[in-house]
Ligand binder design. Structure first.
Ligand SMILES: C[S@@+](CC[C@H](N)C(=O)[O-])C[C@H]1O[C@@H](n2cnc3c(N)ncnc32)[C@H](O)[C@@H]1O
Length: 277
């Protein structure tokens, strides 16, 4: 059996985003990824290793189709809240008297222990730290530097392995079928290009593995409280996706759909990747 770091480096060794997209170098924009604890990481195609622990990867720029006001709200969250207010975001937990964490941690029910797990959009990293304790291999990807730094500190303080990458869900720097579980909480509804994000997460899931999502949505029964809360999120710039339908469209079999939270406007959706896919 390979050690976690060997398996991680092999998970990353198939990176060739340019080859996969079939496009030339000029359409790529460069993003520096902080790769902590990935000393065994092999240099991905189209990348430059600048110094220890830092890898520069080439990402394809994907322009989302959004209205100007959605753009503004997304920019505000990505550039202000997620980038520079990670500790304020983290405070959501005690500001809501633990209610936020109770919603987020629902994802743990669907992540079996001892597996290779990728968390997308880990934010301040509370769930990520839990996953890192029980997974055989736990890797995280988030777009915001602030969140990466905050989570890095959290993992370091807890003495947990640091395997976090700054990058976009639309171009995850891993070979296909590298993880047993790809999990995301309250990040998917903020992805403007949800279907492509889900396809990318599905690509990284092993056959027989699963994509686990905890996120917002319109309650199936249309109850007023749930509709109200979902619309509040939407006003803040989130997308009210039908994650179950999207999983099916991405070729996953939906094995769990559960609504909970205020007015049932939060849902846990689990999609399994069949072996024949
Ligand atoms: C609402 S926060 C959720 C954080 C955490 N998962 C939670 O449940 O509290 C959304 C996170 O997704 C990240 N994010 C936004 N767009 C992203 C993208 N394209 N790729 C990866 N992460 C992204 C943000 O930086 C932010 O940390």
């Amino acid at each position: 059996m390979l050690s976690p770091s060997r398996r991680l480096s092999s998970a990353y060794s198939g990176i060739d985003s340019q080859a996969r997209s079939g496009q030339g170098k000029d359409v790529f924009t460069s993003a520096t990824l902080a790769v902590e604890g990935l000393s065994g990481l092999r240099r991905p195609c189209g990348s430059d290793r600048s110094d220890a622990g830092q890898v520069t990867l080439s990402f394809q720029r994907k322009m989302p189709s959004r209205t100007p006001s959605q753009e503004r709200r997304l920019r505000f969250f990505n550039q202000v809240i997620y980038a520079s207010m990670a500790s304020a975001y983290n405070a959501l937990d005690w500001l809501t008297l633990g209610a936020w964490w109770r919603l987020v941690r629902r994802a743990l029910r669907y992540v079996p222990r001892g597996r290779d797990v990728l968390e997308v959009g880990f934010g301040p990293g509370k769930l990520h730290a839990q996953l890192a304790k029980t997974a055989s291999l736990c890797v995280g990807v988030d777009l915001a530097w602030g969140m990466c730094r905050f989570t890095q500190l959290r993992l370091r303080r807890a003495g947990l392995p640091l395997r976090i990458v700054r990058g976009s869900v639309l171009e995850l720097p891993c070979r296909a079928e590298a993880f047993d579980v790809v999990v995301t909480t309250f990040a998917f509804s903020g992805f403007p290009d949800g279907m492509n994000a889900l396809r990318e997460m599905t690509r990284l899931t092993k056959p027989g593995g699963r994509v686990v999502m905890v996120d917002i949505g319109l309650p199936r029964d249309g109850n007023r409280a749930g509709m109200f809360w979902a619309r509040v999120w939407e006003r803040m710039g989130d997308f009210l996706y039908d994650q179950a339908a999207m999983m099916q469209a991405a070729g996953l079999e939906v094995v769990t759909y559960e609504e909970f939270g205020p007015g049932n406007h939060i849902r846990a959706v689990v999609g399994e990747k069949r072996f024949d896919k």
